[in-house]
Design a protein around this ligand. Structure first.
Ligand code: PLP
Length: 378
């Protein structure tokens, strides 16, 4: 492929930092680089607590566990999301209530949430699709009214904002992904964010095999023991070293992604004005992070043709998220609340364009040209 769909970002310092981690003779979790990554999240994003994890999936699992979800209880989320949002709660025995999305942002429709609440509902898991914020004030008000936990799936929303507040810092728990397809990466990895002191002890114990090892290292106990249920959610220092170089260079990554995003948005506008396709919508309350640029075609048939047309030009585009409620596991573990007005219809029209750190505006110009040719030939 001449223009890939994604390429893992590499700024240059990553290998130096990995070498440094090797020389530190500390390869397991919670060393110097893990601490630096956590400090970056605290300073840059204003979170009180941030624990680096082995993936966003694992951060979501921690969020579901720390929300005390019990078998048979329910969690509300969009059906248009990655499987991990649902898996994390299903692992706790929860049932998933899928709510329709807004067609403009592809995020959960905040006005449909209240109707999906019943006596078993315990949590809401909003997903900030494409790094564009959900309408969080409304979601937090509903959560407070019904005493529900909010677990933000901010996998795509690192360093994106809702009314000036970083995504992932608004709900009870925020979950980040540093998978190589995201903006800042470490191969596989993520983070769990939270603001309340009351979550800290259980979160640390859960992350460290059910032991109070964190307290031991802080000198708060003189030996560490098995105190509760736990797993192992600490990433290696090698991965954290890669990530730290990315976080340090976040402005360079942001600038390049934003340049491509703005270019697509400006150059494809004439096709949108003619009603041939639709472009992403950014509400006033959201500051996005150029995680993704997508277009929406007339329907699925046109999307299939466009993807193969681009492929002939050596341009790789991709669609994603077959709505979870229509999948075998979705039918087994959940149900759709109300009418599916937009989830299926809009998901069938969406195509993501190439977007990554290395992608130049010249590459993006080729993509734009190909899309123009596609619509003119039609
Ligand atoms: C990428 C992604 C995840 C999973 O992240 P991992 O770090 O790969 O576990 C979860 N939710 C959403 C919305 C994602 O985009």
């Amino acid at each position: 492929m001449k223009i890939d769909f994604n390429r893992p970002a590499f700024l240059g310092k990553e290998t130096d930092y990995i070498k440094q981690a090797v020389m530190n003779r500390k390869l397991c979790g919670d060393g110097e680089f893990t601490k630096k990554c956590s400090a970056w999240m605290k300073e840059k994003l204003g979170t009180k607590y941030s624990l680096l994890t082995t993936s966003c999936t694992h951060a979501l699992e921690m969020g579901a566990y720390l929300s005390d979800i019990k078998p048979g209880e329910e969690v509300i989320m969009p059906s248009y999301t990655f499987v991990s949002t649902a898996d994390a709660f299903v692992l706790r025995g929860a049932r998933v209530a899928f709510v329709d999305i807004r067609p403009d942002t592809m995020n959960i429709d905040e006005n449909l949430i209240e109707a999906a609440i019943n006596e078993k509902t315990r949590a809401i898991a909003p997903v900030h699709y494409a790094g564009v914020a959900c309408e969080m004030d409304t979601i937090m008000e509903i959560a407070q009214k019904y005493r529900l936990k909010v677990v933000e799936d901010a996998a795509q929303g690192v360093n994106a904002y809702y009314k000036g507040r970083a995504l992932g810092t608004i709900g009870d728990f925020g979950c980040f992904s540093f998978h190589e397809t995201k903006n800042y990466i470490m191969g596989e990895g993520g983070a769990l964010l939270f603001q309340k002191d009351e979550y800290l002890e259980r979160a640390e114990v859960l992350r460290e095999k059910g032991t109070d090892r964190s307290k031991f290292f802080r000198g708060q106990v003189d030996k560490y023991t098995w105190v509760d249920f736990g797993s192992s959610y600490l990433p290696s220092e090698l991965n954290a070293a890669y990530l730290y170089a990315q976080l340090e260079g976040c402005e360079e990554i942001d600038a390049r992604r934003m340049a491509v995003w703005n270019y697509y948005n400006k150059e494809l506008r004439p096709l949108a004005d003619k009603g041939l396709l639709e472009l992403p919508f950014i509400p006033d309350y959201a500051k996005h992070n150029a995680h993704m640029f997508y277009i929406k075609t007339k329907d699925m048939e046109e999307r299939t043709e466009l993807i193969s047309f681009l492929k002939e030009r050596d341009i790789c585009s991709a669609f994603h998220y077959v709505p979870l409620h229509s999948a075998a596991a979705g039918r087994k573990f959940g149900y759709f609340v109300g009418e599916d007005r937009y989830t299926t219809k809009e998901s069938e029209r969406l195509t993501r364009l190439p977007m990554y750190y290395d992608l130049t505006v010249e590459d993006a110009a080729e993509v734009v040209e190909a899309i123009f040719d596609f619509y003119i030939i039609r």
